[in-house]
Design a protein around this ligand. Structure first.
Ligand SMILES: [Zn+2]
Length: 140
């Protein structure tokens, strides 16, 4: 199934597309909670390096706290093999190339890594924070 969007996001597990109405849609839950009903939908700016989010006003997101992220379709936990503080989704660029997009699961932390093979492009002012953990060639 090919995406008709210029760029897109998909779940690495079920391959469902996660971009709708120009928002990356994920499910999130505070790391201290095991209650599925304490999860919430999180809409993220899909432009890499932009960190504005939208969530229901009943949800309180605490800066500096860690959150678990899940695919809203298959509910698989989204995790990064590179670092425990990162989450990974698949990013499809406008040329149809597939990247791993790793970003921080700490609220308010601006660090994103766009990775293909052994090359990484970094985004966000907090990106250097995790670079030491990522044994890849920085192409930024
Ligand atoms: Zn999925």
């Amino acid at each position: 199934m090919k995406s008709d969007y210029k760029t897109d996001y998909s779940c690495p597990f079920c391959l469902s597309y996660l971009l709708l109405e120009n928002k990356l849609i994920l499910t999130a839950r505070h790391v201290s909670s095991d209650e599925p009903n304490e999860s919430f939908l999180l809409l993220m700016n899909p432009e890499i390096g932009h960190y504005d989010t939208v969530y229901h006003p009943s949800v309180k997101v605490h800066e500096g706290d860690k959150y678990d992220f899940f695919c809203p379709v298959c509910h698989h936990k989204l995790h990064s093999d590179l670092n425990d503080n990162l989450v990974m989704v698949q990013y499809h660029d406008k040329n149809g190339k597939l990247f791993e997009l790793h970003f921080s699961r700490v609220a308010g932390q601006k660090s994103t890594y766009k990775i293909m093979g052994r090359s990484v492009e970094t985004f966000g002012i907090d990106a250097p924070h995790y670079l030491d953990f990522i044994n890849l060639v920085n192409m930024s």
